[in-house]
Ligand binder design. Structure first.
Ligand code: FAD
Ligand code: NAG
Ligand code: NAG
Length: 347
């Protein structure tokens, strides 16, 4: 057994998975990817994220709750110990237009966030069902992705740009590899073998504005749209957003931009010091596509064969939808456990 591992995909999922494998003692981990940090493409979700470190798990989705809880601990460690990761503590306000189902604990997030406090009904803004204040983290995404690449390399991992048409092509070309991890996000649209039809793109449009006075994160969740304000820690703020399964337009839509800025202003007028919607200092307008998946993140392993009959372990870690950053360390940790169960020896 050679113990060489290839991780396919250099988004937040692939990079975090590779780091977790190296930390667990695997020696030769190579990330191969069509896109790498620094690239901007509508086929590459990671650069477009806010990124807030929250949880979007339902109150009874214990699998995702466990992953997000695990990840939150790692983000706390990064905020405390590794300033070059560009992860910072951030207080937040969460509102929801949708009441929870009867009997549902809408405040279960206190298991994951700190300082969760319910906002009394008479202090809520109009048209919301409930709200709470809390503390979690935000990351500066471009800086955080660069930090992941540096960490990968420090641990002895490799990153190389390469595109494949199928997983089979990877294992035929790299004959000394016994494990491949599939972290290709929306790559299902481009990989030929076993196209996963549970995957779908979810368009997100955001506006980056300069607003250094904004130090808290704000969210209001509706049935089919989210409005949010995510400070990145460098004076810029990500304003969003949309959650759109229909629109496939890769360029910004002016009407949507207008709607985002109006919703954001109404949520927190302080963002332009109360000077109205025209006073936003716009830095960029962004469009990205989240790797949506029915059934949530796919964490599975299977055995593939090369044309010469050799067995290769194939593991999957994809379909992170709107929460690839906040679930990253938790999903990757589970992936390593899954792989360890499969392999007899790893050194
Ligand atoms: C507007 C917006 C806001 C968001 N906000 C947040 C947020 O606040 N918090 C949060 O946690 N998440 C957020 N997300 C979601 C987050 O961006 C995604 O969940 C995450 O980036 C998915 O990462 P990934 O590594 O799985 O996929 P990707 O980043 O898409 O990476 C996939 C990689 O696979 C490579 N690849 C694919 N096919 C092939 C192939 N055939 N050969 C070689 N390489 C291949 C690609 O080149 C790419 O490098 C947001 C997303 C959007 C669009
Ligand atoms: C590490 O793995 C790659 C393939 O993934 C291989 O090309 C390389 O030779 C391996 N290096 C060592 C030192 O085994
Ligand atoms: C690899 O992941 C993609 C999702 O990015 C999925 O659609 C595809 O089926 C996976 N490949 C294989 C061989 O299972």
């Amino acid at each position: 057994m050679s113990n060489n591992i290839i991780v396919l995909g250099a988004g937040v999922t692939g990079l975090t998975t590779a780091i977790c494998l190296l930390r667990d003692g695997y020696k030769n981990v190579t990330v191969l990817s069509k896109h790498v940090p620094g690239d901007i493409s509508s086929e590459y979700a990671s650069p477009w994220a806010g990124a807030s470190i929250l949880t979007v798990a339902n109150h009874d989705d214990y699998r995702l709750q466990e992953m997000d809880g695990f990840a939150a601990k790692e983000f706390k460690r990064l905020a405390d110990e590794e300033p070059e990761a560009h992860v910072q503590y951030c207080n937040g306000i969460q509102y929801s237009e949708q009441p929870g189902a009867p009997g549902e604990d809408v405040y279960w997030v206190r298991k994951i966030y700190s300082n969760v406090k319910e906002i009394p009904k008479d202090k809520l803004i109009p048209n919301v069902a409930y709200g709470y204040t809390f503390q979690s983290y935000t990351t500066n995404v471009p800086e955080y992705l660069k930090y992941l690449v540096r960490t990968l390399k420090k641990l002895g991992g490799h990153l190389q740009r390469q595109s494949f048409e199928s997983i089979q092509e990877v294992i035929e070309q790299y004959t000394d590899v016994d494990t491949v991890i599939n972290c290709t996000g929306l790559g299902s649209y481009y990989l030929k073998d076993v196209q996963d039809h549970t995957m779908y793109p979810v368009r997100g449009q955001t506006v980056t504005v300069r607003a250094p006075h904004i130090k808290t994160q704000h969210y209001i969740d509706g049935a089919d749209r989210w409005t949010y304000i995510i400070p990145r820690g460098d004076g810029t703020v990500i304003c969003g957003g949309t959650v759109d399964r229909v629109n496939r337009q890769t360029s910004p839509d002016d009407e949507i931009t207008k709607s985002i800025l109006e919703r954001v202003y109404n949520l927190y007028p302080e963002i332009t010091h109360g000077k109205g919607v025209d006073a936003f200092d716009i830095v960029a307008i962004n469009v990205g596509f989240r790797p949506g998946r029915a059934g949530g993140i796919r964490l599975e392993k299977e055995i593939r064969r090369r044309s010469n009959g050799q067995k290769v372990t194939l593991c999957h870690n994809y379909g992170h939808s709107s929460h690839g950053f906040q679930s990253s360390w938790g999903a990757s940790n589970k992936l390593v456990q899954l792989l360890n169960n499969e392999r007899i020896s790893k050194l």
